[in-house]
Design a protein around this ligand. Structure first.
Ligand code: IVH
Length: 656
């Protein structure tokens, strides 16, 4: 048997290894659930033995409390900026200057991607993360250590003095964040860079932790003799280094690298705005020196901006799958970095108001990667500008539009609205929902237009002949789609719940509902309060679910799906947990043999959960001496009350 400290250290090592695989190398070796189980095990041990908690434990990523403000810190050496080359001519000018200054000497460049985020210096003391400081004005920055600690690609331990790099926001996470903010009626971030800055410079580290930030490093002290060795060493130390760098022997290779990445920039999951070229040898860098505030040994080759001005011709609304009306602007088409842009989403009424945008205005439009273009700001108000008004009737079906109190979105409440139908089918068929491969927009449009499908259940009545006669549909693909539709009848209850498109119910909530009720019919019959027995289901979500199942058309849909062969029951999986698996216990009073934390650890180790207060969901109240109001509450609710001995017997640990 290993001792507790040994156990803790072994867990930390394992967790650090898997965090490195996941966050730095993007190559996870275990599932999220396995990782979660491990971190919970460590947390439980640390809670039981608080004296063994160290600053660099993987559990301590989000330990910090919100602060009052940021402290200014001087940089060890200035964090300066780079001169720009806006085209190939300027890039070649830079190369000529370098060659002139170095005379006949041989040299090489290291070309790196210019990540569009914000730079951050991270200091280590005795191999441990000590301080993280933003660039600020270059001479002094702000201490954001607590926030930086939540970024998993910044190791807690490293044999370095200082590392510098760029904090970036993954584009997908950015879209998701803005969607959530739009739904919550919060102001949106203009681009991933602003979102990264906004997430790093918040007072509460928990907010930073909730955002998916990444850190790519490119600077190291103490430095090896060359930049390419810096990158290699950073990599070996466990830092995330952007893999897309190249040592270039001459300007031709460098120019080719720049061209190549200008083409490929959209293929990356994060934003880049150019290429940084650095003279590889640090000795040569030193001799080239600095001019004004930028080094002579490096240059930023900037890609053309992907912002253009254009005129708003109209503002309309799009009706989504859940009936949400999303305002969108139509522009005079404009070429933004090689792509013609003629429309952009405006998210919701609040965003329209925030931008102050009206029909006839000239606006600045930005495109980032494959993200839908968005309006940055109004640059000039139109002479005959007209405001946008949210329609009172659905533009597609004429149905009633409702904006619920406290919600940012207006919705069409007619479930059979054709606009909702198209989106509902696409959602139903999507990856991770029903996985009906081949059921793309082109096919769904035809099915809806030809009235072959009036709701998602109609998909299960489609015949080979229905599909084979459609445009762009060969015999083979028709057969494949039919087979995929057929296979989807075996979808699990959480996926069915997700597929139905109930506002606020995705797969996660679907999972909780399925676990709590075990059967779609029970969910459909449940009242609003009863629905809240499911985890994470509060009043807003339960109202939405209840409303959905009250609707006549939706009832009919469920019956049609049942007839199509769907299974609405959910086998509650017995996980290989312990004897308390699935149970929630509450502790109260003083137990004779076990300290509170110890009892908690035992319960969790046996697969149970410990909650702070008694509710109908409580399985047992474990009461010790001087139990107070929790005991009364448990009696009132009819929750079973047990003592320590009984608890230990249940866990199979009578010795205590
Ligand atoms: S090196 C002496 N390398 O671009 C300058 N900077 O305009 C050292 N940046 O403030 C900077 N990616 O925030 C360097 N691979 C990269 C970079 C990079 C992005 C940012 C950085 C810097 C700005 C320079």
């Amino acid at each position: 048997m290993s001792s507790i400290p040994q156990k803790i250290e072994a867990l930390r090592k394992k967790l650090q290894h898997h965090e490195h695989l996941y966050y730095v190398l993007d190559a996870p070796a275990i599932s999220d659930a396995e990782y979660d189980a491990m971190i919970r095990e460590l947390q439980a041990l640390e809670t039981a033995h608080p004296d063994l908690i160290t600053d660099d434990s993987p559990t301590q990523r989000v330990g910090g409390k919100p602060r009052e403000g940021f402290v200014k810190v001087a940089h060890s050496s200035p964090m300066l900026s780079l001169d720009n080359a806006l085209n190939e001519i300027e890039l070649r000018d830079f190369d000529r200057r370098v060659r002139d200054l170095l005379g006949a000497e041989d040299f090489a460049y290291v070309a790196e991607l210019k990540l569009d985020g914000l730079s951050l210096a991270v200091r280590y003391r005795d191999g441990k993360l000590a301080e993280a400081v933003t660039r600020g004005d270059g001479a002094t920055g702000e201490d954001v250590t607590e926030n930086a600690r939540t970024i998993r690609s910044i190791p807690f331990r490293a044999p370095a003095e200082e590392v510098r790099g760029e904090v970036v926001f993954i584009r997908k996470a950015f879209d998701k964040l803005n969607d959530e903010r739009a739904a919550a009626g919060l102001p949106l971030f203009a681009n991933p860079r602003n979102a990264a800055a906004g997430s790093l410079r918040v007072l509460d580290p928990a907010v930073t932790a909730s955002r998916r930030l990444d850190y790519f490093s490119y600077y190291l002290v103490p430095a090896p003799p060359t930049q390419h060795q810096t990158l290699e060493q950073l990599n070996e130390m466990g830092f995330k280094v952007n893999p897309n760098w190249r040592r270039c022997d001459d300007i031709e290779a460098l120019a080719a690298f720049c061209k190549e990445w200008e083409q490929k920039r959209d293929s990356l999951p994060y934003e880049i705005d150019g290429v940084v070229a650095k003279v590889d040898s640090l000795e040569q860098q030193r001799r080239l020196g600095w001019r004004h505030k930028a080094p002579r040994w490096a240059i930023a080759f900037k890609f053309p901006a992907r912002q253009e001005e254009t005129v708003v011709l109209d503002i309309g609304v799009n009706v989504g799958r859940t009936g949400t009306l999303t305002p969108g602007a139509f522009f005079r088409p404009v070429n933004v970095g090689g792509v013609m842009v003629s429309k952009a989403t405006l998210h919701n009424e609040d965003e329209v108001e925030r931008l102050g945008i009206q029909i006839g205005d000239t606006v600045l439009v930005e495109r980032a990667g494959d993200v839908i273009p968005h309006v940055v700001r109004v640059v000039k108000q139109g002479d005959h500008r007209r405001p946008f008004r949210m329609p009172t009737a659905c533009p597609i079906c004429g149905g009633e539009i409702v904006r619920a109190e406290g919600e940012a979105a207006s919705r069409c409440i007619n479930i059979s609205c054709p606009a909702r139908l198209r989106e509902s089918i696409l959602h139903w068929a999507a990856r991770g929902v029903m996985n009906i491969d081949g059921m793309g927009e082109a096919l769904v449009d035809q099915l809806v237009d030809k009235a072959l499908v009036k709701n998602v259940a109609d998909l299960y009545a489609l015949k080979f002949d229905d599909l084979a006669k459609l445009e762009r549909m060969g015999k083979k693909s028709a057969e494949k789609v039919l087979a995929n539709i057929d296979a989807s009848r075996r979808a699990s209850l959480p996926r069915i719940l997700n597929g139905l498109g109930i506002p606020f119910v995705g797969e996660r909530t679907g999972q909780f509902l399925a676990e709590a009720f075990g059967d779609l019919d029970k969910i459909a019959a449940a009242g609003e309060v009863e629905l809240q027995h499911a985890e994470e289901v509060g009043p807003k979500v339960s109202r939405s679910i209840h409303q959905f199942f009250q609707e006549k058309h939706n009832h009919a849909l469920i019956e049609q799906l049942r007839a199509a062969g769907f299974n609405f029951t959910h086998a509650v999986k017995k996980r290989a947990g312990g004897p308390l698996q699935g149970m929630t216990l509450v502790l109260t009073g003083t137990l004779p043999g076990l300290a509170r934390e110890e009892a908690k650890l035992r319960i969790e180790t046996a697969g149970g959960k410990v909650a702070g207060s008694v509710s109908k969901k409580t399985s047992y109240l474990v009461a010790g001496e001087e139990a107070g109001s929790k005991l009364d509450k448990a009696r009132e609710l009819g929750v079973a009350v047990i003592d320590e001995a009984r608890l230990l017997a249940m866990i199979g640990d009578a010795a205590g």
